[in-house]
Design a protein around this ligand. Structure first.
Ligand code: AMP
Length: 420
C-alpha cells in the first residue's frame, strides 16, 4: 500500500472540486438557518452506549458498522455513525428543552463513520448536514422539515429526486402491527439471520433487498391497515401540508429505514441517477428516542442529507454550480522591490475585504500570468522596476484584456471601486 493513500472507503476533498462540496453544505444548511434552526456541533465520538440504546441494538449500524474503540482509560467509545442520537444527547445535557422555547430547532454538519462495504456512493467516512426539531408534536413541524429539504435540493438545481413518505405508527399501534407481521414472517422460508431479525426487528425484514425475500413479502400485513386513528390523522395532516406547499411526494408503505427510533412520519429522498445507493437523504419523527436514552418524553423530528451523494447527484444531472471565483485580484511582481510593494497592496486589499492573491517565489511574468488566469481573478496587478520608478502599477482587466497604468497609491481604491 502506498503511503499516500487514504484508508479504504474514504476519499479526500481537494481543490478545485472541494469547492462544490462546500457549496452543497452551504446550500443545504441555508434554508435551515433562515427558518430558526441554530447551529450545534457535537464530538466525533460518543459513548458506545448512546448509539446502542438510541440507534438500536438490532440495526446493521450498531451490530456491524460501528467503529468502536476502548480508550486507555477503559471508556468504550464509537465514532458517530449518525447525528440524531448525539444531537439529542447534547440538547438534553445542555437543558435546551427546559428553556421554555419548544421546539428546540438545531442544525449540524459533519463527518460520520460506518464500517460498510465500500462502493460507489457508499463510503466509510461521509458527510451529512442534518436538522432536528426537538420537543414538539406538530405535523406542521414534520412538513416544515420535508419542505426545507426539498427547497435545499431545488436551490442546488437538482430535479431528478423523489420524496418517499410513510408513517410507522406510534407506541399504541406499532406493537399490534409488529406482532401481526411477526406471525406472518415466521411462516416464510428465510435464512437464520433473517429469522433472528423477525424476533428483534421485524419491520426491517420488509427492507430486505433480495428478490426471493421480496417475493414472499407480497402478502405481508400492511402497516397502513394497522395505524391508529391518531396516527392516521397526523399523517393525513402532514401529507396535506406538504401538498399545499407544492411539494410532490410518493406514499411508500415499505419505507421503514435502518434505524430503530423512528415513529410516525418517515421519509427518504432518493435520486434516480445514483444506482443502488440512491438515498440522498432521509429522516422522520422519533418520539420515543429521548426516553430510550434516558431523557424525558420529547417528541421530535429530523433529517440528515448526505453531502457526498448530493454531490454525486449533481454530477448525475450534469448540474454545474455557479461558483464565483475565490480570488478577485492577483498580483504579479517583477523584481525584488515590486515584491515588497505589491505585497503591501495585496495586504491592503485583503484588509478592505477584497480577495487577493500573489505570485510567490519570484516567478517570471509568463508563469505568474498563468497562475493569475487559473485563479479566476478578474484583475491582475503587474509592476516592474520601470513602473515603480514612475509610481504606477499596471492594472489588467482579465475579461476585456484592457490594461491601464494606475498610480500606486490609488491602486487599492481603484480596485475597490471597480469591484463594487
Ligand atoms: P441514514 O442515517 O442512513 O438515513 O443516512 C442519511 C443519508 O446519509 C443517506 O441518505 C446518505 O445520503 C448518507 N449516507 C449514509 N450512509 C452513507 C455512506 N456509507 N456513504 C455515503 N453517504 C451515506
Amino acid at each position: 500500500m502506498s503511503t499516500f493513500q487514504a484508508p479504504k472507503g474514504t476519499y479526500d476533498l481537494t481543490p478545485p472540486s472541494s469547492a462544490t462540496f462546500l457549496a452543497v453544505r452551504e446550500a443545504i444548511s441555508a434554508p435551515l438557518r433562515d427558518s430558526g434552526y441554530g447551529y450545534i456541533e457535537t464530538p466525533g465520538f460518543e459513548n458506545v452506549e448512546l448509539f446502542a440504546r438510541g440507534v438500536g441494538e438490532s440495526t446493521d449500524i450498531v451490530t456491524k458498522e460501528m467503529y468502536t474503540l476502548t480508550t486507555k482509560g477503559g471508556d468504550q467509545l464509537a465514532l458517530r455513525p449518525e447525528g440524531t442520537a448525539s444531537v439529542l444527547r447534547a440538547a438534553l445535557e445542555a437543558n435546551l428543552h427546559k428553556a421554555g422555547n419548544l421546539p428546540v430547532k438545531l442544525w449540524y454538519s459533519g463527518s460520520y463513520y460506518r464500517y460498510e462495504r465500500p462502493q460507489a456512493g457508499r463510503y466509510r467516512h461521509f458527510s451529512q448536514v442534518g436538522a432536528e426539531a426537538i420537543g414538539t408534536e406538530d405535523p406542521v413541524l414534520d412538513a416544515e422539515l420535508i419542505i426545507l429539504a426539498d427547497q435545499a435540493y431545488r436551490s442546488l438545481g437538482l430535479r431528478q429526486f423523489r420524496i418517499l413518505l410513510n408513517s410507522l405508527g406510534d407506541k399504541e399501534c406499532r406493537p399490534v402491527y409488529r406482532e401481526a407481521l411477526q406471525t406472518f414472517l415466521r411462516d416464510l422460508d428465510l435464512d437464520e439471520e433473517t429469522r433472528r431479525r423477525i424476533e428483534i426487528n421485524p419491520l426491517r425484514v420488509l427492507d430486505d433487498k433480495r428478490a426471493d425475500v421480496q417475493k414472499q413479502l407480497t402478502d405481508a400485513p400492511k402497516l397502513r391497515d394497522y395505524l391508529c386513528d391518531a396516527c392516521k390523522a397526523y399523517h393525513e395532516e402532514v401529507r396535506a401540508l406538504i401538498t399545499a406547499a407544492g411539494v410532490v411526494f410518493e406514499d411508500d408503505e415499505k419505507l421503514v429505514r435502518g434505524l430503530d427510533y423512528y415513529t410516525r412520519t418517515t421519509f427518504e429522498f432518493v435520486h434516480d441517477g445514483l444506482g443502488s445507493q440512491s438515498a440522498v437523504g432521509g429522516g422522520g419523527r422519533y418520539d420515543g428516542l429521548s426516553e430510550m436514552i434516558g431523557g424525558p418524553e420529547l417528541p421530535s423530528v429530523g433529517w440528515a442529507l448526505g453531502v457526498d451523494r448530493t454531490v454525486l447527484a449533481l454530477e448525475a444531472e450534469g448540474v454545474e454550480l455557479d461558483l464565483p471565483a475565490t480570488t478577485s485580484v492577483y498580483a504579479v511582481p517583477l523584481g525584488e522591490e515590486a515584491r515588497r510593494v505589491l505585497f503591501g497592496v495585496v495586504t491592503e486589499l485583503r484588509r478592505a475585504g477584497i480577495a487577493a492573491d500573489f505570485a510567490f517565489g519570484g516567478r517570471g511574468l509568463k508563469g505568474a500570468m498563468k497562475s493569475a488566469n487559473r485563479s479566476g481573478a478578474r484583475y491582475t496587478l503587474v509592476a516592474g522596476e520601470r513602473d515603480l520608478a514612475e509610481g504606477v502599477v499596471q492594472l489588467k482587466d482579465m475579461e476585456s484584456g484592457e490594461q491601464t497604468a494606475v498610480p500606486l497609491t490609488e491602486a487599492a481604491a481603484e480596485l475597490a471601486k471597480r469591484l463594487g
